[in-house]
Design a protein around this ligand. Sequence first.
Ligand code: CAA
Length: 445
Amino acid sequence: MTAVGIDAIEIWTGKLKLDLAETFAPEKGEDPEKYTKGLGLHASSFPDAHEDIVTMGANAAHRLMDRKGLTPDDIGRIDVATESAFDNSKPVSTYIAGCLEQVYDEDFHHANKGERKFACIAGTQSLDDAYNWIKAGRNRGRSALVVATDTALYARGDPGEATQGAGAVAMLISEDPNLVEMSAEQGYGSADETDFLKPNQQFPSVDGKRSMQVYLARMREALEDYESVAGASHPEDFAYVPFHTPFPGMVRKAAVLAYRHMIRGTPIEEELAEEIGFQPREEDFEDREEYEEAIRDYMDELSSTDDYREWYDATIEPTLSISREVGNWYTGSVHIARAAALKQAAEEGRDLAGRKLGVGSYGSGAQAEIHAETVQEGWKDEIEALNIDEQNAARYDLSFDEYENVHDRHNHDKTIEMEDFTVPDGEFVFTGTGRMNERLYDYVE
Ligand code: CAA
């Protein structure tokens, strides 16, 4: 069977930065550690005046095509995943293809283009679509370009304001990939939920606390479903477990839940029982509330054990390093988590080829999906080509007033003029709107 998966990846961050501890916390009258320790975030990326979901996506895709020596003829499919779209009809992928056609001699007229929507999980769903298209033999030897791009903005004053972010991840899905092969086995946890939604509005309506419970409930369901096809999973199965990361604090909660699930009935649970007892079993409780409280107590104790801490530090913590600096990128978030982990492994000189990743994606509304990936021989070269640290370091550091201006500038209901904070250099830029209210873009040399 031909291996299919991610051949290459490129990341583009919004070019502005809001420092949460230094700039945001003092204005909000909050302890900086609420953000740095509680949520686990240091900064958020924001789009400059000339940036939006199209420019960020096109710039990530251009870097990827350029580095891999591809032309439009090599791409049979362009799927864009976003929850920040500005058009209910014309997909963002057509705009991105239009941008790329400005810099290539060929065009994408024979590529199938679309836009995927299911909150943050749409990026992973687009990978699935590409995987299925190639496995079905409909790709004519061509690869698929998947772009996850978002400006994750919340209304000012919303508790989600601290978790904002903006950026794009472009991924090339191919046969015999260089980075990771995706597993055929998948697990889903999916239910009609009202936790986070944007009913024809730019900024989300969010029930923050509920959204966290829904994330965990759907992720647990997805893990059970995954195990029903792939067999029981064990903490040692995976070199890294990248989760959807709205903020690292959320992943801390998901990780302990996953660990508890994976060790149940194993020698690890037995060994730990001497320290913290066995896991509560539902049949031993008369009502559900008591059981849930016992589970919460067990997880609190579990998260302080050496076994868990070692597993967390090795398997989860490395997935969070990019997210901490850029915030929530919605559809791109789980994909920067994967990249962060592989980047750390490359920096540490680890040999990961053949090792597995367990990837936990999530979208509000709500659906979680779990699949495995096998790291391929060429992974290190691919990951070493990323320049996300340089991009992050080059961001313009906003004052709070500047942040508010940037937020207004990107508010679809406001018309605010704003000077660019950064000078475009070898990138696509937004230049205004046309006669049918379409958005216009140029490539700046
Ligand atoms: N020092 C250290 N920690 C502190 C602290 C301090 N001084 N002050 C607070 N904290 C801790 C809190 O204890 C809390 O941690 P725990 O949950 O582990 O107890 C954490 O910091 C956050 O504090 P609050 O809960 O008080 O924060 P909040 O209520 O202001 O906002 C939020 C939190 C509700 C998640 C909000 O950020 C939000 O609405 N975010 C958007 C929704 C979201 O991201 N949901 C995640 C699941 S849905 C999803 O994943 C899809 C998606 O991308 C949106």
